[in-house]
Design a protein around this ligand. Structure first.
Ligand SMILES: [Zn+2]
Ligand SMILES: [Zn+2]
Length: 785
């Protein structure tokens, strides 16, 4: 020692820093750096008071950033001099007092490498224990009932820790220090095998075979298992056993929507799919999402796994139970959500026996309750970056930092849309977007929706003063917001659907409140427009506060309303009738099978609807344009069995025609008040000419994608240069289409425009609530400078 008095510093750590093992990391590094002082959680994050030689304090801060625990995210490390003299000669973790800690709930995390090693180590006391976890991994959101995030407030409460687990829990030097779900075979949850009638199977198992090993063997015999996981149930079967996969489809009544797969390791996945470095990192991260991969490996799974697709959705095992179940499996397993088609995933044991008993041969259950349903997240690498298509397990409820300008303002709760619903809380410069909840049209989901609102308000202690909703008067979420606002005297902010999409993508990219206007391109299914018609192919001049509609797809009626969503051919007929005229088109292309088929439908009824404007709303939807083109090519002509199926299968077909050939032309015509309309008439003529000339479907599908992308880029280029806008923001469900998204992005960049697209939140309606909250907050914050 030099004899010089130690320097004191107050170090504030902000970010995802509570409940993720940051305090013990601080403690360990502080001791290694010879510092004295203390660390504690408080309402703003983690606070450190430290004394030591100045270079040691620098080293401490450097190492803390470098050795940040896997689940933590340090957004800021602020240092200030501390006048107080040092306390004792040690470094301590100070217990936080109740009420001080604002949030400790983070996302569920995949089993960490250290726990995985112990799981398969025969000498470890947790060898083959399906609930092994530590501070760096395990369940969080799925088990929490209320805050503070302590064991007594989770579904681990009934399991009293044994002395060994308790000692780990209390030792700051241990990986399980304050790991709330800490457990072992002596004191923790257990698995069991049940038959569909609810009878236990273990007594009948051969010696030395545990329930998981028995389950694994049943799968190899072609059985279908219900498996209770972290945030819900899966239905599992051998993905290479065509009989088992077909039987699962029949029982689940899910005939086309792809099944997710789980592979034991990257080696297994690479036999079926090409996996880039970026995709491998995404698969193996702590969030462990389903990643959509190109299915062009040397081997194939049963064709029924993903009919009509060129991709497979793969994930790696993320719970110890999965690691054990797949330990001996060299083949992928189907791991699809445990439900009947369209219903939310099951979470409760009794409910599982009741609802899944007819779907599964055997149930692999356990006795830890799933408090909150958290579905598997879905991600895809597109245009060079990982992008979330469903944000749930592993991501929610991680906070999203709001960009500059959003620090002030009242607490806001955004209630989302109708399909793929999420809710969003905003306060003090941060947003919390809930996990994917599902479609509110489903009664079960609607009940869960209200429960989730209550949970999030409790977890994040938010008393909203503003409720943000969609403009659509008939969304369940809008009605809930209207009633709530009227009852409690809250401000209600209605945000137009596509403006919310654009606000979401701005926020997703850290665009500041005063960042200025952008050209927003919202290509979407359906959203209620300000004029009462249905929008969905929009070019908007927008910022967070508002928007102006500059251009859109030339409107087409949707004969039959909702029926036009379910039956793509209705859109084909409406498009041809409106943009070409049915009789002239039939005179020219009558020899095409399409015309014969359409002619066999009851077109008179559709004509009357469209003529009278009854049950045939006008729509500029890009999703319906995709439906119309898909059905013209005979793809999902009569009906779809899941949202977006026709568009997804149309895109899949283009893969055989890569690179994209020259596109079909779209014309631009003048709309009201100097606006621009993208007119598909010329596209239809070129497409039907191709069909009449016997062109192959992949070529036609690819020319449609290319043509639409070129037209959007061309119009966006004209509009942005006319207005001096340099940035284009892309959002809406149609941008899940990789072919279109990458073609549009590349085209815009070639024109020297900056392109903003979604990464952290979905481009579909799963990101809507974030945009609603941002738009509502921006309005509250006034007109700016
Ligand atoms: Zn762990
Ligand atoms: Zn124990």
């Amino acid at each position: 020692m030099t004899g010089r008095p130690p320097t004191g510093e107050l170090i504030r750590v902000r970010g995802l820093v509570q409940g993720v093992g940051l305090r013990p990391t601080v403690w360990r590094i502080a001791k290694a750096c010879g510092l004295t002082g203390e660390v504690l959680n408080d309402g703003e994050g983690v606070l450190i008071r430290a004394w030591g030689a100045a270079p040691n304090l620098d080293r401490f801060c450097r190492e803390l950033r470098q050795q940040c625990p896997p689940l933590a995210r340090i957004d800021a490390l602020e240092r200030a001099p501390l006048g107080d003299p040092p306390g004792g000669g040690d470094f301590r973790i100070v217990e936080s007092q109740a009420g001080e800690v604002r949030t400790g709930v983070v996302a569920d995390a995949a089993t960490c490498p250290a726990c995985r090693r112990e799981l398969f180590d025969p000498t470890d006391r947790r060898y083959r224990y399906p609930f092994i976890n530590c501070t760096h991994c395990g369940p969080r959101l799925s088990i929490v009932e209320r805050i503070p995030y302590d064991r007594s407030n989770t579904s681990m409460a009934p399991f009293r820790m044994c002395p060994e687990c308790q000692a780990e829990y209390e030792d700051p030097g241990d990986r399980r220090f304050h790991a709330q779900p800490n457990a072992c075979p002596v004191c923790g949850p257990r698995v069991c095998l049940q038959d569909p009638a609810g009878g236990r199977l273990e007594p009948r198992l051969p010696d030395a075979m545990d329930a998981v090993a028995a389950a694994s063997r049943l799968l190899s015999e072609g059985r279908i298992l219900a498996v209770k996981g972290i945030g819900g149930f899966h239905l599992a079967c051998d993905a290479c056993n065509a009989g088992a996969v077909a039987e699962l489809r029949r029982r689940k009544r899910r005939f086309a929507k792809p099944f997710a797969l789980m592979g034991r390791d990257l080696g297994v996945i690479r036999r079926y799919c090409r996996v880039s470095e970026q995709e491998a990192a995404l698969l193996a991260g702590a969030a462990a999402p389903i990643v959509l991969l190109e299915a062009d490996g040397p081997e194939v799974v049963a064709s029924d796994v993903a009919p009509g697709q060129t991709t497979l959705g793969f994930m790696l095992p993320y719970s110890p139970l999965h690691h054990l179940l797949l330990g001996d499996w060299d083949l992928p397993l189907v791991m699809t959500s445990g439900n009947l088609s369209e219903e939310p995933q099951c979470v409760d044991n009794l409910e599982a026996v009741e609802r899944l008993g007819s779907l599964a041969d055997i149930l692999l259950l356990h006795d830890r309750a799933i408090v909150n349903r958290v579905d598997d997240s879905v991600a895809r690498v597109m245009d060079g970056a990982p992008r979330l298509l469903r944000r749930a397990r592993g991501y929610a409820p991680a906070t999203i930092l709001l960009p500059q300008g959003f620090a002030e303002g009242p607490p806001i709760l955004a209630l989302g849309g109708e399909l793929k619903n999420t809710i969003c809380l905003v306060e003090d410069g941060r947003a919390v977007l809930s996990q994917h909840l599902g479609d509110l049209e489903d009664a079960r989901t609607a009940r869960e929706y209200e429960r989730t609102i209550a949970l999030y308000r409790d977890l994040f202690r938010l008393e909203p003063r503003v409720l943000a909703v969609d403009l659509h008067p008939d969304y369940g979420s809008t009605r809930l917001g209207q009633e709530w606002a009227a009852r409690d005297g809250l401000h209600l902010a209605a945000v137009q659907h596509h403006h919310a999409h654009i606000a979401a993508v701005l926020l997703d990219n850290g665009w500041s409140l005063e960042g200025g206007q952008v050209l927003g391109i919202a290509l979407d299914g359906l959203g209620y427009g300000e004029d009462g018609s249905i929008w969905g192919g929009e070019l908007l001049r927008a910022d967070y506060r508002g928007f102006e509609r500059l251009g859109w797809l030339k409107p087409t009626p949707m004969p039959g309303g909702v029926k036009a969503i379910l039956q793509p051919w209705r859109n084909t007929y409406a498009h041809i009738r409106r943009h070409l005229g049915w009789e002239p088109a039939r005179a020219r292309y009558g020899q095409l099978e399409l015309f014969a088929w359409l002619g066999g439908q009851n077109l008179g009824v559709l004509d009357r609807m469209m003529q009278a404007g009854i049950n045939a709303p006008m729509s500029s939807s890009c999703g319906r344009l995709f439906d119309a083109v898909a059905a013209a090519l005979g793809i999902c002509c009569e009906g779809i069995s899941y949202e977006g199926q026709a568009a997804i299968e149309l895109e899949a077909v283009t893969r055989e025609a890569w690179p994209l050939p020259a596109g079909y032309p779209f014309a631009v015509s003048e709309g009201p008040g100097g606006t621009k309309l993208l007119d598909p008439a010329s596209m239809w003529l070129a497409l039907l000419d191709d069909l009449a000339a016997g062109a192959a479907l992949p070529l036609v599908a690819a020319r449609f994608h290319r043509g639409l992308a070129d037209a959007v880029v061309e119009l966006a280029g004209q509009l942005s240069s006319g207005l001096g806008l340099e940035t284009v923001a892309l959002s809406g469900g149609v941008f899940q289409n990789r072919t279109l998204f990458e073609a549009v992005s590349a085209g815009l960049r070639q024109r020297g425009l900056q392109v903003l697209a979604h990464r952290q939140v979905p481009t579909n309606d799963g990101g809507l609530a974030l945009g609603q909250a941002a738009a509502a907050l921006a309005r509250q914050l006034g007109d700016g400078p």
